[in-house]
Design a protein around this ligand. Structure first.
Ligand code: T6T
Length: 324
């Protein structure tokens, strides 16, 4: 739409003759694709999941001839992410990829971004308002939770006591993982008791402390499902320090280099890995499609895989990169 208007200005500028030269120059730049700037707003910059996503987005943007500004809050937190969203809206890139840190709190700032004419693409997480984003790219987190339940059940011989350690409620992805995990446990594993979900924020320190006090109250705990990188990091540390390495089984979500290390040394037994690099690539592709009038896919599902020591060597492409 914007491009059509500018072309019309160009025609009248030609008619103006010599005095219209400046306008003609502006018009031809616009016609060749004026605003070629994109942005990616990560959930947090302190997590290899989002670093890998940023690498994918940068590579695809460069391939398609766009610039991309990658930014994220220090913590995975809506109050920290919202000012970044507002600042990017003010800069007015043509399209923005965003991993909203809360299903509700990000609706208003994302709506304002859309209303200002910026195309919005959701990567990984989403808000409950489905009308803002032209496209959403994510893996099947409900299925990931189910896979985690199956892995953990098999690791503990289909009986015993387990607990889910999660960040905070209100995050679309991790909420879906918890839901899938609990549903699968309830429907398929009658001899496994699932304790109340523990919410520890995206804090490895709090996750480590919480798992340690949980062990005191539940010395017979058999297994833990840790729903993302930072929670898993804390659970791994807490159980290892408590001398429970290999005794309490851990299924972690994600596959950053530290998690892979913990798998190799036997602290963790299984990981559910996603493809954040691909989420970045697909997100940029959909954003550019929406800017160039190509068909846009409203919902894209990226793969996930369950990794153990047995298949690790075959699945190395799923290990998250910590730098581009
Ligand atoms: O697990 C990912 C991501 O899918 C989730 O939305 C939030 O946590 C991570 O970023 C990893 O820490």
């Amino acid at each position: 739409m914007q491009r059509k208007v500018l072309l019309a200005v160009g025609v009248s500028a030609v008619a103006l003759g010599a005095s219209g030269l400046a306008s003609i120059a502006i018009t031809s730049a616009s016609a060749s694709g004026a605003n070629k700037s994109l942005a990616l707003i990560q959930g947090t910059k302190a997590d290899d999941f989002y670093i890998a996503m940023g690498c994918g987005a940068k590579a695809e943007a460069a391939k398609l001839g766009y610039s991309i500004n990658v930014q994220g809050p220090t913590d995975f937190s809506a109050p920290e992410q919202i000012p970044i969203v507002n600042a990017i809206t003010a800069q007015h890139p043509a399209a923005v990829l965003i991993a909203p840190t809360d299903t509700q709190a990000l609706i208003a700032p994302m709506q304002a971004m859309k209303s200002s004419g910026i195309k919005v693409v959701q990567v990984d997480t989403s808000v409950t308002n489905t009308s803002i984003a032209v496209s959403s790219v994510t893996s099947n987190n409900l299925l990931g939770g189910e896979k985690a339940a199956q892995s953990l059940a098999s690791l503990i011989g289909n009986k015993g006591t387990v607990v889910v350690m999660n960040e905070q409620p209100g995050v679309s992805t991790t909420d879906a993982r918890v839901k899938g995990f609990i549903q699968e446990m309830k429907s398929s594993y009658k001899n496994i008791k699932v304790l109340s979900t523990q919410y520890v924020g995206d804090s490895p320190t709090k996750a480590a402390q919480t798992i340690d006090s949980l062990l005191v109250a539940n010395p017979g705990l058999n297994g833990v499902f840790a729903t993302n990188v930072l929670v898993a990091e804390g659970v791994d540390t807490g159980l290892n320090n408590a001398g429970k390495k290999g005794k309490v089984k851990i299924v972690g979500y994600d596959a950053d280099p530290a998690q892979i290390h913990d798998l190799k040394v036997g602290i963790v037994q299984s990981l559910i890995a996603q493809e954040p690099y691909l989420e970045g690539v697909d997100g940029v592709e959909q954003a550019v499609n929406s800017l160039t009038g190509k068909p846009v896919t409203k919902s894209i599902q990226t793969p996930l895989v369950s990794i153990t020591l047995a298949n690790l060597s075959k699945e190395t492409k799923y290990v998250y990169q910590s730098k581009c």
